[in-house]
Write a protein that binds this ligand. Structure first.
Ligand code: ADP
Length: 301
């Protein structure tokens, strides 16, 4: 079982010939309403990889909130701890995609800003769970409380510090596994993580703060796994990227489920890389997250 504490957004994806200028009214090509948000994406990825998942988060008392709850339930995710907050909109991302593929995004956190950790409930929820998974799209002090409660209850913490913010000193030793992209690695340790070699060094520096395992994801170059045995680079398969939205979230879900099943760290990272490679070949956030059988049928890098 995996408990995910995090954000849920409705992504409103508008395809447009170009970004509108001030005062311009533009005819767009299309609109799609697609479930997203890092927390929910990671929960969906865990579920599609075969994990039993419970989602802790908040949606607004509106149609998007109801749709997000339904969509998680269709993936078999337990939404008993998903709170509907009156008077707040559901988290929304307005995404303009220009013909050239360039994105412009406006995020409204809405109900995600109202997430509050119920310590007694969380203690029970993480009992016997393989991981508490968290990101930084919900209020930092609540994420910190969640991490402390889970760690105190003997549950391992898998953190994806995204969008990146400094991690408070007392939190570092409570993290079991840290998953960062190049930019997050660089921001958190102050050194470049641009190549597999640099990512390995950055990962070592992050691990030295008291973490068992660090993964630095490197986009088309795959990922670097760092643990007590050192750093290993795992390449990604060469694929045609259509839309990399949710690539990191897909990776993380597959990693978490594989680790929870007792697979080795390197096997888990390789499963994450294969899952993410399928994700980027489909448009959108949650619709592009693959099921495990598709991942296992996909070519090895
Ligand atoms: P994020 O999307 O969080 O910024 P990355 O860009 O590092 O993170 O992507 C996460 C993972 O998705 C990578 O480790 C890799 O496995 C996969 N991935 C991303 N872009 C590509 C690509 N162009 N080709 C193959 N795999 C990719």
């Amino acid at each position: 079982r995996i408990v995910v504490l995090g954000s849920l957004n409705m992504d409103l994806v508008l395809r447009v010939p170009h970004a509108p200028a001030a005062g311009e009214t533009l005819l767009g090509h299309s609109i799609a309403t697609i479930p997203g948000g890092k927390g929910a994406n990671q929960a969906v990825s865990c579920a599609r990889e075969g994990g039993h998942v419970q989602m802790i988060g908040c949606v607004g008392d509106d149609a998007h909130g109801a749709a997000l709850r339904d969509s998680l339930q269709r993936d078999g995710i337990d939404t008993a701890a998903l709170r509907t907050v009156a008077g707040e909109p559901t988290g929304t991302a307005l995404i303009l995609v220009e013909d050239g593929g360039q994105n412009r995004i406006v995020m409204i956190p809405g109900a995600n800003a109202r997430v509050e950790v119920d310590e007694a409930a969380l203690k029970q929820q993480v009992q016997g769970a393989a991981f508490l998974v968290a990101q930084f799209e919900t209020p930092m002090e609540q994420v910190a409380r969640g991490i402390a409660v889970a760690h105190g209850a003997g549950c391992k913490v898998l953190l994806n510090p995204s969008p990146v913010q400094a991690i408070a000193e007392p939190l570092w030793p409570l993290i079991d596994t840290l998953v960062v992209n190049e930019i997050e690695a660089q921001t958190l340790c102050g050194q470049s993580a641009d190549s597999p070699q640099e990512a390995a060094q950055a990962g070592q520096a992050l691990r030295a703060r008291g973490i068992a395992r660090v993964v630095v994801t490197l986009g088309a170059r795959g990922a670097v796994a760092v643990d007590a045995d050192g750093a290993r680079h795992h390449p990604a398969p060469k694929v045609q990227a259509v839309d990399t939205t949710a690539a990191g979230d897909t990776f993380l879900g597959a990693l978490a489920v594989a680790l929870g099943e007792g697979q080795s760290f390197d096997e888990a990272v390789r499963l994450g890389i294969r899952a993410a490679a399928l994700c980027i070949q489909q448009p959108g956030a949650q619709p592009s997250i693959p099921q495990r059988d598709a991942v296992l049928r996909s070519p090895m890098p």
